[in-house]
Design a binder for this molecule. Structure first.
Ligand SMILES: CC(C)(COP(=O)(O)OP(=O)(O)OC[C@H]1O[C@@H](n2cnc3c(N)ncnc32)[C@H](O)[C@@H]1OP(=O)(O)O)[C@@H](O)C(=O)NCCC(=O)NCCS
Length: 237
């Protein structure tokens, strides 16, 4: 099947094949590494912007400094340094847990992605190809692999090469996936992403996905990493 991007270049959408394994792995690893770097920036920024450590430090400074008549500068320096070291320690634990999530090992498909999706008819994986380069991928699997009649499926991966974004490649992949899923009798498509994935969420919202729940993935004072679950009801399209 041939489709046109926003700028009239031809991108083809097709099922993954075993020959694509290496290229697909590379695309996924590159995008995940990219996402990790972006997320680290966001998390460090929100750590420094979070008022809680500053408020707690001020309270400690007032409660230690005033009753014991200690020099304000020395007490403030000591308290702020201790708070900084405490938050740094908490941040390392927090970040390690986020990295586990962002590596997406929980999807269990990365060892041999083509085999994983080709070996079970409850799963599918489409790729977008342009000039023999794989520029995007979308994967879906039934939430209940054991049930032939399951009508609920989850998107395990949807990603586009950063250099090819905003060209409607993600939209084309999703449109094709929705058609194929509907033919398989799927009625609901779910997808989970982190709350800070602003562009991913804009993409989902643009395509009629509704946010159905939010849950905490990990929490280490003063930060919390939230996941949002989205759902697309195919009958409503
Ligand atoms: C999300 C992703 C797959 C979108 O792919 P894409 O090919 O760039 O998306 P499209 O060009 O089809 O965009 C469709 C719509 O999504 C929204 N959107 C996509 N990227 C956006 C961005 N960077 N900023 C704002 N809105 C964006 C827009 O509404 C856009 O429509 P518009 O271009 O007419 O404004 C891509 O950004 C990506 O690979 N992100 C990293 C992985 C990821 O976050 N996956 C999603 C997990 S839910």
């Amino acid at each position: 099947m041939k489709l046109k991007t926003k700028f009239d270049e031809t991108v083809s959408i097709r099922n993954i094949s075993r020959e694509d394994e290496e290229k697909v792995q590379k695309l996924i690893q590159d995008v995940l590494a990219d996402q990790k770097m972006e997320e680290k920036g966001r998390q460090v920024k929100s750590l420094f912007a979070n008022p809680s450590p500053y408020i707690i430090s001020c309270i400690i400074i007032v409660f230690i400094g005033i009753p014991f008549n200690l020099p304000v500068v020395a007490v403030s320096g000591g308290v702020l340094m201790s708070m900084f070291l405490f938050c740094k320690g908490r941040f390392c634990e927090y970040w390690n847990e986020i990295c586990d999530y962002l590596s997406q090992k929980h999807c269990n498909d990365l060892d041999n992605i083509s085999d994983y999706y080709l070996s079970d008819h409850n799963r599918m994986c489409l790729i977008a190809e342009f000039n023999k380069h794989i520029v995007g991928i979308i994967c879906l699997r039934s939430v209940d692999d054991t049930n032939e009649m399951s009508t609920v499926a989850e998107i395990t991966r949807i990603l586009v090469n950063p250099e090819c974004r905003r060209l409607k490649i993600g939209t084309q992949l999703l449109s094709e996936l929705v058609v194929m899923a509907a033919l398989k009798g799927i009625k609901t498509i779910q997808v989970t992403t982190h709350k800070t994935n602003k562009f991913g969420i804009e993409f989902l919202t643009k395509h009629e996905f509704k946010e159905v729940s939010t849950r905490s993935y990990t929490k280490h004072f003063p930060l919390e990493f939230l996941l949002a679950e989205f759902q697309l009801d195919l009958d409503s399209l």
